[in-house]
Design a protein around this ligand. Sequence first.
Ligand SMILES: Nc1ncnc2c1ncn2[C@@H]1O[C@H](COP(=O)(O)OP(=O)(O)O)[C@@H](O)[C@H]1O
Ligand SMILES: [Mg+2]
Length: 354
Amino acid sequence: MPAAGGLIFGGRSGEHEVSLRSAQSVLNALDPAKYAVTQMVITQEGLWVSGEEWNAGKAKREAASAASLPASIGALLPLLGGLDVIFPVLHGSFGEDGALQGLLEMADLPYVGCGVLGSAVGMDKGLFKDVMLANHIPVLETLVVSRRQVETQIETLLPRAEALAPYPLFVKPANLGSSVGISKCRSRSDLVEGLLDAARYDRRILIERGLIAPREIEVSVLGNDDPVASIPGEVLPSREFYSYESKYVDGSSGLLIPAPLPAALVEQVQTFAVQAFKAIDAAGLARVDFLLDKETGALYLNEVNTMPGFTEISMYPKLWAASGLSYPALLDRLIELALERKADRDRTQRKYEV
Ligand SMILES: Nc1ncnc2c1ncn2[C@@H]1O[C@H](COP(=O)(O)OP(=O)(O)O)[C@@H](O)[C@H]1O
Ligand SMILES: [Mg+2]
């Protein structure tokens, strides 16, 4: 009998459309002899709708959107009860940040990918950097400030930011992806503008030393307690930096697989990637992204993505394909890891027996 699998996709973040594409690729590749798939879709507004409702088209979705958000979740929760394993193919806030993972933990269900802690730390670029520093993994100098500080004391922030490094400085919302809200600032006025813009998207904001046209190296990590790294790949952004437009609009950013790197650097990238994965207590999968300074040759870990883009042409699965693991075999492995992780969770004693 095929296993009952649940695929949750869509979501409230700016990466809704990317999630739809990732989920379609997963659906196409799951072997129907092995998995009977129930689809659950989270609309851009956060409403949960069944796969049937979603596939029936827009009119039905609009009808569903008359429902309140908690009621829509409540209506779909019983579906979760009949499932053996869940694959949340969701990127960004509410999907990749531990929120949904918390719900699945409460329901005691096995699911693909990182748990609450790994997802949350992986999502917050500020806290993530602190964890990297504590583990002696190189990251770019960063200052984390709050939206409140930007709103009430920007004058005191500016000199502190400028003490980090000479311009350009990068400003980023701490918990977003797809380059939304990120600015490259070349002057104080750029910096003010960048901070105000980032403050629209998050309560926590990073100011970071900027590199001039760094090389962008990415590596895929797979596993639970003994994670392994793929060969690294390289992104060739179509614009000045790997912006939202460069990622999704131009369609012309290139991927180089494998990344042309000397063997020692490949090993360094893989070692840091596995260390970072373990340091945040990641599970299942993560793509770990680096910036390589062309001028000095210095390597910096930039971020992890605990639910990276997952279409067949996305970097994460392509790196595994190039490392000898096909897309369908990768899905099987991720589901196996989800079940393994759940079994390990179940070994934890919850009650203290005197
Ligand atoms: N400190 C930096 N120096 C130079 N370029 C950067 C820096 N930080 C980010 N970038 C550029 O911005 C892009 C997006 O930043 P990133 O931190 O990866 O956020 P996201 O989660 O949105 O992908 C990177 O892929 C890179 O092109
Ligand atoms: Mg990135």
